[in-house]
Ligand binder design. Structure first.
Ligand SMILES: [Zn+2]
Length: 351
């Protein structure tokens, strides 16, 4: 074989290898893209099914209302081709919002122009940060501002590190209830004003076919400390098989667990539950745990029209979806009593 032919064969082999490598790369890229698209499509399909299911439930729960055109819309949407459903997703969302609003007003027996129409619009509306600020400005009776940072693990360096991480997320020292002034309902204690308002809210919901339950009310600093440490311990054990120590916290090794717990649980002294004016609620009708409250009819009922049904009883969302740096991630199940006076546009006329 002459050297020239040898070089030629090497050249051809290299070209072929190159071609194979490029094709293999393109194929994996193509498969990855296809998989991503499939996931996005699946998410959209799930979202559509959720909204449709929710609309159907709302219609079913009100057999006495004239909802023929709404029923027709839901049926025809459900029968449309998946491609068309995705295209019309915004229409479906708008429809779902209007349906909720219509049922709310029908349930209250109110139509635009009615005498009581003004009652519907008598409450102020707030942005998510507006709700947050409203609570920050409250001057509650029967509480005291917590001045000193309570101990968490008991190790000063470790505690300082946890507090710094919490404060960075927007947690702040809260107010402590005078425990003797609280009233109790089963296992839960609340300030009297908040308890009365909660019971009224619960019975108004019940009258409209919505089941709401109190999951948590007043919580002492010590109780919050136990919850926080229990969650921290659970995470540490789950991820490493070992307990956390004050040292792992102090050196920052445990930061990721602390951060994770802070997403849903406060450190002691920094919880709004210490005041006795804050409630966690659930809608047990569909078997959801309270942390899935956002998926329930109860949430739709309480949050519709800028949380009208919460405001009617003096409550506002505690950590609303969309507010900045409020400590935990949004908690659709937590509400805080601020009183009707702050929420009404004008003082109430004689009842
Ligand atoms: Zn809570």
């Amino acid at each position: 074989m002459r050297p020239k032919t040898g070089a030629f064969y090497i050249f051809i082999t290299l070209v072929l290898l190159g071609l194979i490598a490029v094709s293999a790369y393109s194929l994996t890229q193509y498969l990855r893209l296809r998989e991503n698209r499939r996931l996005v499509e699946q998410q959209l399909a799930d979202e559509i099914q959720n909204i449709l299911g929710h609309c159907r439930n709302q219609i079913l729960r009100h057999p006495d209302y004239d909802l023929d055109s709404e029923r027709l819309f839901v049926t025809s949407f459900a029968q449309a081709a998946p491609k068309d459903q995705v295209r019309d997703l915004d229409k479906l969302k708008a429809f779902s919002g209007e349906l909720t609003e219509k049922l709310l007003l029908q349930a209250a027996g109110i139509k635009p122009g009615d005498d009581r129409w003004s009652e519907v619009v008598r409450y102020k509306t707030y942005s998510p940060n507006g709700f947050k600020d409203l609570h920050e400005q409250m001057d509650y009776p029967r509480v005291e501002q917590i001045q000193e940072v309570p101990a968490i693990t008991g190790d000063p360096v470790a505690d300082q590190r946890i507090v710094a991480l919490a404060v960075r997320r927007g947690y702040r020292l809260r107010q402590q209830a005078d425990e003797y002034a609280l009233v109790s309902d089963g296992d839960h204690m609340l300030q009297e004003a908040a308890m009365g308002a909660w019971r009224e809210l619960q019975s108004a919901a019940r009258n409209e076919g919505i089941q709401l339950e109190l999951v948590s009310g007043y919580r002492s600093v010590e109780h919050q400390r136990q919850i926080f440490l229990r969650e921290l311990g659970r995470l540490a054990l789950q991820t490493t098989g070992r307990e956390y120590t004050a040292e792992t916290i102090a050196t920052g090794e445990a930061d990721r667990w602390v951060e994770e717990v802070l997403q849903y649980s406060s450190i002691p002294g920094y919880s709004k539950h210490h005041s006795g004016y804050t409630i966690d609620i659930s809608d047990p009708s569909q078997g959801h745990s309270f942390t899935d409250f956002e998926q329930t009819s109860g949430f739709v009922w309480i949050s519709g029209r800028n949380y009208l049904n919460a405001k009617r009883f003096g409550f506002v969302p505690s950590y609303p979806i969309g507010a900045d740096k409020q400590g935990p991630e949004p908690e659709p199940w937590e509400y805080v009593w601020v009183g009707l006076d702050r929420l009404r546009l004008e003082p109430e006329r004689e009842r």
